[in-house]
Design a protein around this ligand. Structure first.
Ligand SMILES: *Cc1c(COP(=O)(O)O)cnc(C)c1O
Length: 387
């Protein structure tokens, strides 16, 4: 066994971060290619920095945030949170009473844990559906949550979206849309309307998903509803602070849907070439992915009696990509329990600094290396845990 517990995953993550730190220290930030799609960023300049030190700053950024936030999400008023999870928690605390029920519809399970966890904290009951035919409210339902695009970037069909909003509103139940990545994927790639334009009551998005901003949550809706949630957010310290708001504003101003659209054409090309190297390569909305199952098929043959888990093989591949090709994917650096799929996001900022041949070569070489070390436990352990 190579990875036995979440403690091992903490060790794995620390060793990967250590490697990144020394790489960046020695060779500069441009030597790293972050294709995770979660690079985030903090695009503020000298003039914004100066504003952070004055009392005028918060007022200034607040006004810009309203303007840029409403442009991005629609609605009357926006509110900035530390995380998307924080916005979800504040909303559930504000709109759901103990004993009520929250219903969650998403295009494909599993749900983001922040939704069921927040409901539990409020002592309400929770049901989730990923099939529209099963979706139904009960008398106790006081909030419906729709996930527009899942953590794995599976998108809700427009007809399901419309149906759920209608069913909920017919029974006077409010709808919050978790559009963490969906506020861009749904609208830019799938041409769907903004959640609020489809009559949802609230929407929240993450400013570091398909956008170069800080990891933070931006919520929008009707002013009266936002005010109630804002009150709750302040009570529990969930609201974003001025420096984060400054980063959010700059990221919203700089947001360019063209980069997402450009990644589509490139994705199709890369997919064609990579499929010749790895048969099981799959497309994602803005890139390609290789599942741990595909990795297993690539590096072992049926005669092998391989005792390696999906997590172990995905993590090993991700770390080899990082250490030998300086390509960053999520399994190497994600929190314990993170997905083990190798996802290359071409809408990432750093994708511009690598061409498709380099990516293909890195995948080919890493697979070769993986095949070589896979039967040697000691070597695998040193790849996983030594910086
Ligand atoms: C990323 C994500 C979240 C949580 O975002 P955080 O900033 O990590 O709190 C919630 N829901 C979905 C669907 C997500 O993809």
């Amino acid at each position: 066994m190579l990875i036995c517990s979440s403690l091992d995953e903490v060790k794995r993550r620390e060793s990967a971060l250590k490697f990144i730190a020394s790489l960046v220290k020695e060779k500069g930030r441009t030597s790293l290619y972050d294709l995770s799609g979660l690079a985030g960023g903090f695009p503020i300049g000298k003039s914004e920095l100066a504003l952070l030190e004055t009392y005028a700053g918060p007022a200034f950024f607040y006004e810009s945030l309203q303007k840029e936030g409403i442009k991005h999400l629609g609605g009357e008023k926006v509110l900035a949170f530390n995380r998307t999870s924080a916005a979800i928690l504040a909303t559930i605390l504000a709109l759901v009473k103990p004993g009520d029920e929250v219903i969650h519809y998403l295009p494909e399970l599993p749900s983001h844990p922040s939704i069921p966890r927040s409901v539990k904290l409020q002592d309400a009951s929770y049901r989730e559906f990923d099939s529209i035919n099963d979706f139904e409210l009960s008398e106790k339902t006081s909030l419906v949550v729709i996930t527009g695009s899942t953590m794995d970037h599976k998108i809700i069909p427009l007809t399901d979206f419309e149906k759920i909003i209608k069913i909920s509103h017919d029974q006077q139940v409010k709808v919050m849309v978790d559009d963490a990545s969906g506020a861009r994927l749904r609208t830019v790639v799938y041409n769907q309307p903004k959640a609020l334009d489809m009559d949802a009551d609230l929407v929240v998005t993450s400013t570091d998903k398909l956008m170069d901003g800080p990891r933070a949550g931006l919520m929008a809706g009707k002013a009266q509803l936002i005010d109630i949630i804002q009150d709750k957010a302040h009570q529990f310290g969930l609201e974003a602070q001025p420096p984060i708001i400054a980063g959010m504003v700059m990221a919203l101003q700089a947001f360019n849907p063209e980069r997402i659209l450009d990644s589509l054409a490139r994705r199709d090309k890369l997919y064609q070439v990579l499929k010749k190297v790895v048969k099981g390569t799959e497309k994602t909305p803005t890139g390609v992915m290789i599942s741990p199952d595909t990795l297993l098929k690539e590096v072992t043959d049926s005669k092998d009696d391989m005792r390696i888990s999906e997590r172990e093989i995905g993590t090993l591949m991700s770390i080899i990509l990082l250490k030998e090709h300086h390509i960053l994917t999520i399994p190497a650096v994600g929190m314990p329990g993170v997905s083990s799929t190798i996802r290359l996001d071409l809408a990432s900022h750093d994708a511009e600094n690598l061409d498709d041949t380099q990516i293909c070569q890195a995948i080919t070489d890493s697979l070769k290396r993986l095949k070589k070390i896979i039967h040697n436990e000691e070597l695998c352990l040193s790849v996983l845990y030594e910086p």
